[in-house]
Ligand binder design. Structure first.
Ligand code: GLU
Length: 283
């Protein structure tokens, strides 16, 4: 078994991150397997080195040890680009020149799991126009979802302890695989890295269950192994909402500075005992 924890260094880790990292670490250790740490830092404008250092300190304080080197997404851009190139060569992605305002203006756009579904405007452009505009205009690359789904066929994944689930990526529409300002989207980078790192069990919050539809599709298109998934309940604050950066009191750095024993907190979280006011909920 190989599990991983993959924080984005765009803020401090909080109790929700601790719970996720502990579940992944504990599953690997119980099975005599390995646990790896990945830094999801493809978003260069929002990632900060100080948050990487803070995350390492937080995990050490919780008693989480890791195997192998840190896997930093910013050091694997070539792999994302190569995968995108393979999808381009098969006509499964197309360049999109729309701005956010263009997309918002198409009021009829239906909504998918991650917000408005792209109306497909640039899918309709012909190859010559794509080629001409790619050379001079800012663009992202979108998957041609209908074509990709037709190519991939029926898609299933194993949700640990719950059996097989059917992936339905169509509701996401033509999502972005490479952004205007970053070489890969979360979906492409995460799917490729889970395979490259040899992850056998993806343990992450249930807020990401819809993302698994897309990841399963990319695995099929790119010939990648399919890990087992476990989407766990989310830590919610006293207001009943899942933790976010606004919940400064739940930041691991603040708890550490307040004299909390990290190993004791880790044992409590693993046993499902949360600090007063916090709870675990499925979204
Ligand atoms: N960097 C992502 C996050 O923090 C990781 C998601 C995942 O585990 O796949 O939400």
């Amino acid at each position: 078994m190989l599990t991983r924890f993959a924080p984005s260094p765009t803020g401090e880790l909080h109790l929700g991150h601790a719970y996720s990292a502990l579940l992944a670490h504990d599953a690997a250790r119980r099975a005599g397997g390995r646990f790896r740490l990945r830094i999801d830092d493809i978003d260069g404008s929002r990632s900060r080195e100080a948050y990487v250092a803070a995350a390492l300190a937080d995990l050490a304080w919780l008693g989480i040890d890791r195997d192998g080197p840190l896997h930093r997404q910013s050091q694997h851009l070539g792999a994302y680009d190569a995968a995108l190139g393979a999808l381009k060569a098969r006509g499964l992605v197309y360049p999109c020149f729309c701005t956010r305002a263009d997309i918002a203006a198409s009021l009829a756009a239906p909504h998918g799991p991650a917000g408005a579904v792209y109306p497909g405007t640039c899918r309709a452009l012909d190859a010559a126009e794509h080629a001409r505009r790619v050379a001079g205009e800012a663009h992202c690359w979108r998957i041609d979802m209908a074509r990709a789904v037709a190519r991939a066929g029926d898609l299933m994944w194993e949700e640990a302890g719950q059996g097989m689930r059917r992936a339905d990526p169509r509701t996401h529409g033509d999502i972005v695989l490479a952004r205007k300002d970053a070489p890969a989207s979360y979906h492409l980078a995460s799917t490729l890295d889970d395979a490259a790192m040899g992850v056998t069990h993806v343990i992450r919050g249930a807020d990401l269950i819809a993302a698994t539809d897309v990841h399963r599709l990319l695995q099929a298109l790119l010939g990648l192994p399919v890990p087992v998934y476990r989407h766990h309940a989310l830590v919610c604050g006293p207001d009943g909402r899942r933790l976010a950066k606004r919940d400064a009191a739940a930041a691991l750095g603040a708890l550490r500075d307040g004299g909390i024993d990290g190993h004791a907190l880790a044992a409590d979280l693993l046993a499902g005992r949360l600090p007063a006011g916090y709870s675990l909920r499925m979204p």
